[in-house]
Write a protein that binds this ligand. Structure first.
Ligand SMILES: *Cc1c(COP(=O)(O)O)cnc(C)c1O
Length: 234
């Protein structure tokens, strides 16, 4: 097999991930079909993404606007594109043209730029608020106790629909390390929803090494890269 494999490996990987998602959902007393799988394809080719879509993947995640723009036109239509990387304000205009959902909004200024461009383009874009649940200084996202304030600011803006929260768990070989962070995000989403401040439709958390823990703690959107596409090419 070549270094980056052939299409069949993506279909088999995706089937295995779906099976593990289903088992984790069942453990948590939830329905497997309520968990959305986003295949994160950063650094993988348009051809590999097309193979994933051929294998039934409907949600594609990318980290860089430029890279996503280059691949978008080479990939079959019909997939939903998710921005999961840090977004710079000066890329907001291009981002709203590409992405159906921007998962990494963590400031009012970024939200305002996204909303302005979405509105100018005659539409609106779904966003998630990114929360830094681990407190690691290198991570993007607002502090858990600042989410409510961000939500208030963003709720007034046009061109945006807040659809939930997103976090990146602490990286640790033992995925259990991120469990308390996942629980924190799910609790936050539940509290904001109870107060009627926004529809918290999506709780986006969990990657290849920890998505099962995330689902057990309430994720309904998981972002899996390596588990579907294999290791990223250098
Ligand atoms: C790269 C990335 C993923 C996927 O990571 P894997 O470990 O390859 O599954 C998920 N979420 C974000 C925000 C990422 O940057």
């Amino acid at each position: 097999m070549s270094k980056h494999g052939v299409g069949a490996d993506i279909a088999a990987n995706a089937a295995r991930i779906r099976e593990r998602i289903a088992r984790a959902a069942e453990r948590a007393g939830r329905r497997p079909e309520d968990i959305r799988l986003v295949a994160v394809s950063k650094l993988h080719s348009a051809e590999r993404i097309s193979e994933a879509i051929g294998a039934g993947i409907r949600d594609i995640g990318e980290n860089y606007v430029q890279e996503a723009a280059a691949k978008l036109s080479e990939v079959p239509e019909g997939a939903r594109w998710h921005m999961v990387g840090h977004l710079q304000r000066n890329k907001a205009k291009q981002a709203v043209q590409i992405f159906d959902m921007i998962q990494t909004v963590d400031s009012p200024r970024l939200a305002a730029a996204i909303g302005r461009h979405a509105e100018a383009a005659g539409g609106s874009v779904d966003i998630l608020l990114q929360v830094n649940t681990s407190g690691e200084s290198a991570k993007s996202g607002v502090a858990p106790d600042a989410v409510e304030k961000l939500l208030e600011a963003v709720s007034e803006m046009r061109g945006l629909r807040v659809q939930g929260l997103m976090t990146v768990g602490r990286w640790d070989p033992n995925p259990e390390s991120a469990r308390s962070e996942f629980r924190l995000l799910a609790d936050l989403a539940g509290r904001l929803e109870d107060r009627g401040e926004a529809e918290m439709k999506w709780v986006s958390m969990g990657m290849s090494h920890d998505f099962e823990i995330a689902i057990e703690e309430g994720a309904n959107l998981v972002r899996v890269g390596t588990g579907i596409f294999g290791p990223r090419p250098e």
